[in-house]
Design a protein around this ligand. Structure first.
Ligand code: NOJ
Length: 479
């Protein structure tokens, strides 16, 4: 049986982008400034020092991009709606009709091409106006603004969008994008005046979980019957393996999994309605959910989105060690370099399809076989590649290997009874990779950033995916 024919007929084969990473057109539609506009204007903050206006111009080129998606043949396209484009102040005080029309046009065009939209409501960028009011997810008022934004999206797009994702990588978001945390990625404007940095990720996670649940319950009560869609949440998925068989390393690996993966989904997907017990034991300040809140959070998802790029090897730490990051310190574990291939060179990505399979089996057991949508998986160009000739860059064999390995892992997981409903390749085209700017490129299509048209060209990996999907569709009579 060839690999594409191992996936069931209703399986989704998607690709994805996020608003801030591709849209550009900062001034159009009365769009407001977002946190990422502010970050990019901080001198020296973005790795490649790229001009803050450089982008793929996805807002203007959406017709071409939908045509590209149709050419590749994806069943579904995951993208995010920019909160700042729709609500420039972050609140309902001003609603941009042009922006609403723009996202409706995208959805209509997708529909005309038989591509299902999967919409993320929050993918790392927040309207700056409300961020400054009190620092993103630490501020409960901002949570309320987001609930209202989500409600507006259901009202305006719910006839066309049937699959929603509230937060992208809620677990990462809490650690990286709220305040600056020791040893962690830093994906937010600096606000040294914010106190209690050490508690911030946990408070943010609590607030985001409650916000997610409110959005889910609102949809369930007011839209589900008429719109008939589903709502999920995406977690960054990193499986952890113990560095040895010793009980201490095994326990450390369980704690690492709790801190890196479980803490933002265990409250939703288990009967406890609460954070993992290990976290409760170690963190006396961890906010408590009321019984009513637990009831609201429990079961508040129709599927679990997982973004998967790598796994970790972890060990226990001794009392006299000083861990390099706060999460390692709080959970008492340390990372050990695993044996996985550095398939893109010296970057953080690892070729670890075995970790994906193990993670999917783990989710099946621990979370009652909840439907899982792989909402991202992919890898960057090889380091130093920009020096190469264009035809060599387009010939991205390492990416094809990476994709094939992970699709094989998903097929194996399905054979093992895991309820995986879809796979999403990150990302449709080279785009703005947050702190790394344009120095790191994950696209299956190359973007010529020098050209005025920002020309897109399919890399070999896009052609591979196209052939893969064609075979899948042919096998199921979907062509
Ligand atoms: C996950 C994030 O959701 C996405 O925005 C990012 O580009 C990829 N990881 C690659 O780092």
């Amino acid at each position: 049986m060839s690999l594409p024919t191992r996936f069931p007929k209703n399986f989704k084969l998607a690709t994805a982008t996020a608003a801030y990473q591709i849209e550009g057109a900062k001034e159009l539609d009365g769009r407001g400034i977002s946190t990422w506009d502010a970050i990019r204007s901080e001198y020296g903050r973005i790795r490649d020092d790229s001009n803050p206006t450089l982008s793929c111009e996805g807002r203007l080129k959406y017709k071409e991009d939908v045509a590209l998606l149709a050419k590749i043949g994806v069943t579904s396209y995951r993208f995010s709606i920019s909160w700042s484009r729709i609500l420039p102040n972050g609140t309902l005080s001003e609603i941009n009709k042009e922006a609403i029309q723009y996202y409706r046009d995208v959805c209509l065009l997708l529909r005309d091409n038989g591509i299902e939209p999967i919409v993320t409501l929050f993918h790392f960028d927040m309207p700056l106006a409300i961020y400054d009011n009190g620092t993103s997810w630490l501020n409960k008022e901002n949570c309320e603004h987001f609930v209202k934004f989500a409600d507006l999206c259901f009202r305006e797009f719910g006839d066309l969008v049937k699959t929603w994702i509230t937060f992208n990588e809620i677990n990462m978001q809490a650690w990286s994008s709220v305040v600056k945390i020791q040893g962690e990625l830093w994906l937010c404007p600096d606000r040294p005046e914010i106190e209690n940095h050490e508690q911030a990720p946990y408070i943010a996670a609590t607030n985001m979980l409650l916000t997610h649940a409110k959005i889910y319950r609102n949809y369930e009560k007011n839209y589900k019957e008429t719109q008939d869609g589903i709502i999920g949440i995406t977690n960054g998925g990193r499986f952890c393996f113990p560095a040895s068989d010793s009980p201490d390393d095994q326990a450390a690996r369980n704690r690492a999994l709790d801190w890196l993966f479980n803490y933002t989904i265990e409250p939703i997907l288990t009967d406890s309605g609460d954070f993992p017990a290990t976290m409760r034991e170690k963190l006396p300040f961890l906010p408590k959910f009321t019984d009513e809140e637990k009831e609201m959070i429990k079961g508040s998802t129709d599927f679990l989105g997982i973004n998967y790029y790598l796994s970790h090897m972890v060990r226990d730490i001794s009392d006299d060690e000083t861990p390099t990051s706060q999460s390692e310190r709080d959970a008492s574990y340390a990372f050990v370099e695993g044996k996985w291939e550095k398939i893109c060179g010296e970057t953080w990505v690892r070729y670890a399809p075995d970790g994906l399979l193990a993670l999917l089996k783990y989710v099946k057991e621990k979370y009652n076989n909840i439907p899982v949508f792989i909402t991202e998986n992919g890898c960057m160009n090889l380091i130093g590649e920009e020096e190469k000739k264009e035809e060599d860059i387009l010939n991205d064999k390492h990416r094809i290997k990476y994709i094939t390995g992970h699709l094989e892992a998903v097929a194996k997981a399905i054979d093992n009874g895991c309820n995986v409903i879809g796979y999403t390749l990150w990302t449709l085209m080279d785009n703005f990779e947050w702190d790394d700017g344009f120095a790191v490129k994950f696209g299956i299509c190359r973007v010529d950033f020098e050209s005025p048209e920002k020309t897109r060209t399919m890399k070999q990996s896009a052609k591979y995916y196209q052939t893969f999907i064609r075979e899948f569709k042919k096998h199921h009579n979907l062509l």
